[in-house]
Ligand binder design. Structure first.
Ligand SMILES: [Zn+2]
Ligand SMILES: [Zn+2]
Ligand SMILES: [Zn+2]
Length: 455
């Protein structure tokens, strides 16, 4: 007898039944796992970190035919799995052959992107014959952008060593409806150095009653480096902001850089409109807010389309008037969205997906090349876009949570309801009350530690 779970994308164009034998359920589940916060995972998905289900341990590697129904994005990674080549001759022969094969597989992408030499994807690396790393391939739905599967293979022999299902696209994370075992047992967070500030580890610090560990590579405990955090309290004014160059901008981009924009500090006309939540404290001498609103959503659409495999997904809301296609300091930098934005606006390099059949006012965008989630748009707030936090490129000054630019909503001080996470019920249904509460508690404690709320 086998147990089944279904991996499917939001638009249901892709659906695949994963069978897990009783023997594996009995002996191997739940699988001890850690999240990954490395730069590649964040920029390739838009998520603050990813959490996956090992296809090796569950013995659920999908066939090539199954994967051929999805778009793929190949990315060279410096770390190496499997054996290295012994002699140079066999190395260059082997790599030439294999790269040709891979290029054929990727011909669709290649044709779409003649300027791909500038991208961080496969085409750039396929001309490199001396690399001895791995190729990480993300498979995603070309229609809705749902991230489905990750594969790690040797750059030379294409032997797949590691396969992972993105947890967010699975129809459940517990095997039985009642008292079901979880598929994964989270132990901690990995590759935290890439986040500078610890990213998700600041918020998600318990799982099913156990403390979550912080790691970078291997099992050595990770400690935050001192980063220069610029933001203090609700009331506080910020001195360090002034030390920075005036034209400093925030860079948001996906893994392949098809999407690559720069955000300026808010420049609103004063007084601010009523209920202006998108521009946030602290205020400069003239009363101009300095940050943008960031918050969490646990809804099923965010989970599935982003592949968000953790209890909630984080977004920052930025008015289009503040987003530019370059960080040029010239007097008239080009706007990312020119003219009026609507749910049917096409954006070069991105694929549009209308995620709510009942609500034509909403559209989501993802990168057509690497699949990263890029933007959520709602016509009722047509001047503003929501961007996933994982696209934020933390400079040496600012970590992934980037408190210099983002004002995180962690709930109203002293108020326990509603929870500070949108669509909390969706999260509870998926993760259960305890894990969702642990996530919420972590968010609230962190909110206190950064002065966003007092109690
Ligand atoms: Zn789809
Ligand atoms: Zn991309
Ligand atoms: Zn959502």
């Amino acid at each position: 007898m086998v147990q089944t779970i279904t991996a499917s994308c939001h638009c249901k164009l892709f659906s695949h039944t994963i069978e897990i034998s009783d023997e594996i359920v009995e002996n191997k589940l739940p699988i001890s796992e850690t999240t990954c916060s490395c730069d590649a995972c964040r920029f390739r998905t838009g998520q603050i970190c990813i959490l996956t289900l090992s296809a090796k341990i569950t013995e659920t590697f999908p066939s090539k035919e199954v994967l051929s129904k999805l778009k793929r994005y190949d990315q060279k990674c410096g770390f190496s799995i499997g054996k290295k080549k012994d002699d140079n001759d066999s190395q260059s022969n082997s790599s030439t052959n294999n790269n040709m094969k891979i290029e054929e597989d990727d011909s669709e992408n290649k044709n779409d992107h003649d300027d791909s030499a500038n991208k961080d994807g496969l085409n750039k690396y396929s001309s490199t014959t001396s690399c001895d790393g791995t190729i990480i391939t993300q498979f995603f739905c070309g229609n809705c952008g749902t991230k489905i599967y990750l594969q790690v293979s040797d750059i030379f022999d294409e032997k797949v060593e590691i396969g992972m299902w993105l947890l967010g696209c699975l129809d459940k994370i517990q095997l039985n409806d009642n008292n079901g075992k979880y598929l994964v047992d989270l132990k901690g967070h990995h590759f935290l150095d890439d986040t500078k500030d610890g990213g998700i580890a600041n918020i998600w610090n318990r799982f099913n009653g156990n403390e979550l560990m912080r790691y970078h590579d291997s099992l050595e405990l990770w400690e935050p480096k001192s980063i220069k955090t610029t933001i203090i309290s609700n009331e506080g004014k910020v001195n360090e902001l002034k030390e920075k160059e005036e034209e400093e901008m925030l860079n948001l981009h996906c893994k392949c850089n098809n999407f690559n924009v720069y955000v300026r500090r808010p420049k609103p006309e004063l007084p601010l409109p009523e209920n202006c939540y998108w521009y946030q404290h602290p205020y400069d001498d003239k009363g101009v807010p300095q940050r943008y609103m960031a918050s969490w959503c646990a809804c099923n659409s965010c989970r599935i389309t982003t592949g968000s495999s953790i209890p909630a997904h984080s977004w920052v809301q930025i008015p289009f008037r503040d987003i530019f296609t370059s960080n040029s300091t010239s007097s008239s930098p080009e706007l990312f969205i020119k003219g009026e934005m609507t749910p049917t606006t096409e954006i070069p390099g991105l694929t549009k997906y209308q995620s709510s059949p009942d609500n034509k006012d909403i559209s989501r965008y993802f990168c057509e090349c690497c699949g990263s989630s890029i933007m959520y748009f709602d016509q009722s707030r047509s001047f503003i876009g929501s961007f996933p936090i994982g696209l934020n490129d933390s400079s040496p000054l600012n970590g992934t949570l980037n408190q210099s630019w983002f004002s995180w909503w962690t709930g109203e001080s002293g108020v326990s309801f509603p929870p500070p996470i949108n669509a909390y019920e969706d999260g509870e249904k998926r993760w259960g009350k305890l894990i969702m509460k642990e996530f919420e508690d972590g968010l609230i404690s962190w909110g206190k530690s950064i002065g966003q709320r007092q109690k």
